[in-house]
Design a protein around this ligand. Structure first.
Ligand code: GRF
Length: 186
């Protein structure tokens, strides 16, 4: 099975997933895709010898050409890992049930446009939540909606900084996202 991973920033989840499937006979990560020419995920692709597809808004929202331009026609599963753009309807329709995302909070709370990176953890702490965690979900054309596949919780500790909470949540991402992907691939 072919996996395409989309990331807009660091790509630590992308690297973690690629590592998990490195010796797998069931699936392989075909390429990393990014919209951001400055994304660290580009360096990771080079180091891991994984093809990197850089695209801009015109390509990504170019109607059905996106399947050709992004060479994702043969992909079995699109994995979003810190990808910040809304996925256009033609892509969600072409890959219905085959685009998965991870959100670093317990959706439906603390989700939606603009809720990414440290902003999520700041909002969770600000709200006085006692726990946070990850949500792995299929996506549709609305930010952070779509069928929830898995949620895993972690505590929010007194005095937690957003960075401390982010690190605790990242550990859950690294542990659970590859396994959830493997289950999705069947
Ligand atoms: C992760 O926190 C993930 O939950 C969210 O964006 C972040 C991506 O981090 N979607 P990285 O780029 O994988 O390091």
């Amino acid at each position: 099975k072919r996996i395409a991973i989309f990331a807009s920033g660091s790509g630590s989840n992308a690297e973690n997933i690629a590592g998990y499937f490195e010796n797998s006979s069931k699936a392989r990560v075909e390429a990393f895709y990014t919209n951001n020419p400055k994304a660290i995920v580009i360096q990771r692709a080079k180091r891991l010898n994984i093809p990197l597809v850089l695209f801009d808004r015109e390509m990504f929202y170019a109607g059905d050409a996106v399947l050709r331009d992004l060479r994702i026609r043969k992909t079995d599963l699109i994995v979003l890992a810190g990808f910040l753009w809304l996925v256009p309807g033609n892509l969600t329709r072409a890959f219905s049930g085959r685009i998965v995302n991870i959100h670093p909070a317990l959706l439906p709370k603390f989700g939606g446009k603009g809720m990414y990176g440290m902003a999520v953890h700041e909002a969770v702490i600000e709200a006085g939540e006692k726990e946070s965690g990850i949500t792995i979900h299929l996506i549709d054309e609305v930010y952070d909606r779509g069928k929830i596949l898995l949620q895993v919780k972690c505590p929010v500790l007194p005095g937690d900084t957003p960075e401390a909470l982010a690190e605790r949540v990242h550990q859950l991402e690294y542990e659970y996202y590859p396994k959830a992907i493997e289950q999705l691939l069947g």
